[in-house]
Each structure stands twice: as C-alpha cells, then as structure tokens.
Design a protein around this ligand. Sequence first.
Ligand code: SF4
Length: 236
Amino acid sequence: MEIERHKLRVHARLDQPTGPEELRARQLRARDMLRGDLEGADLDAYVEERVGITTLEKLLNHARANSIFPATFGLACCAIEMMSTVSPRYDIARFGAEAFRASPRQADLMIISGRVSVKMAPVVRRIYDQMLEPKWAISMGACSSSGGMFSNYAVVQGADKFLPVDVHVPGCPPRPEALLYGFNKLQAQIVGNPDPGWRSRYGAEGSEEWARSGPASRPSGDAAEAYRRAREVLGA
Ligand code: SF4
C-alpha cells in the first residue's frame, strides 16, 4: 500500500488568497465584519466560510479519534513493525497517536502486537482493565488474532478470547502500513459510531468485567454504582 501525502491546505475550504488583491479584499471584509458593517449576502457568505456547526458528541469523538494514546508494550515480532509506525517513514504522528504511554492509566489504545501466551493473557487483560475509558484494542497480526502458526496449548487462539477487540489487522507480520490502515479504520469507527461495534457483539454497555459473561450477566452493586458515576462525570 502506498501512502499518499497531501498538503493540508488542499482539503481546506479556505484556500490561500490567489494574489494581493484578494488578500486585501479579505482584510476589508474582516474589518467590515468587526465593525458590524457586513450585511445581507456578504454576511451570509462570511459566516458560511468561517463557522462550522456540530454537536458536542461529534466534537468529542473527533477529538478522541485524533488524539489516541497507545500503550507502550509489545509481545513478539509484530511489535517491531508496530515500533516502526512512529518512525519518520510511517509517521503515525500524522494521525495524532505518536505519544505511546508507558502507564496504562494514560493510554486508551492497546495494540496487541504478537502472540499471547496463556501465561501472559491475564497480564495483558490486567493492563487493559487499567486503561482509561473509553478504550480500544487492535489485534495486530495472525498470532494475536487467531493463534497464527502456533496451534498449541501454550498460545491463546485469538486475543478476543479474553478481551474485546475492535479491529483485527491480518498478516505475519502486518507491515506498518497495514497497522496504520487498521488504525484509520478504528478512527473512522470512533468518529462514526460512538458505540464501538464490539459492545453490541459482546452484549456490553462499557468494557466492564461482567461483559465477559455475556448479555445475561449482571454487575455487582459496587461495579454498577462506579459505572453510573463514571457515566455522570462523562455526561453520557
Ligand atoms: S503474526 Fe507473525 S510476526 Fe506477528 S507475532 Fe506472530 S509470528 Fe510473529
């Protein structure tokens, strides 16, 4: 997959002024606007060019999708490809996610990069539980998605056996471009669907423990109260 680079201004509604005359016209329009002299069609055009209207929820999701902090950890060979995504060649900073956090309490994305041994699964799950809410998980590579070539008793046959996975990236190992593609899919999911698909699939309201037991399970009284308070703080 080739990565195309575009200048941001190409997609911007406000192009650069084509010459000194247009720049001067813009300056005069801005001055008239500040004085309150702009009226009618001119005022409409000015406002349409400069004002965007959206909902707070969409704004929040836009901010979340473009300021993801992945957790710093890797499990096997796939992790080397994951590390490459922060390099200048692949530059995940373009999507606002270059700050890998060493503490799960400062991270909201887990990239499960490599095979997960049965011994390691509880540790990975604990890190996931300690991460911020809302949080997401990308399963990177054949091993973490399905056990890959390790069809044996020592390796978990798919990370979604012990935590909810939002995006699976195939490959052995997936190239950094593939991980970036999966990351972009996750961003689209966050922006377009604030209720990530796995919550429906796992019958969960959040990423709480009781979700693992399916739709029929219920949280403990303490967990339900903590969840209710968290929702209040979030205003959800
Ligand atoms: S998918 Fe391939 S590269 Fe990734 S951890 Fe498994 S064996 Fe290693």
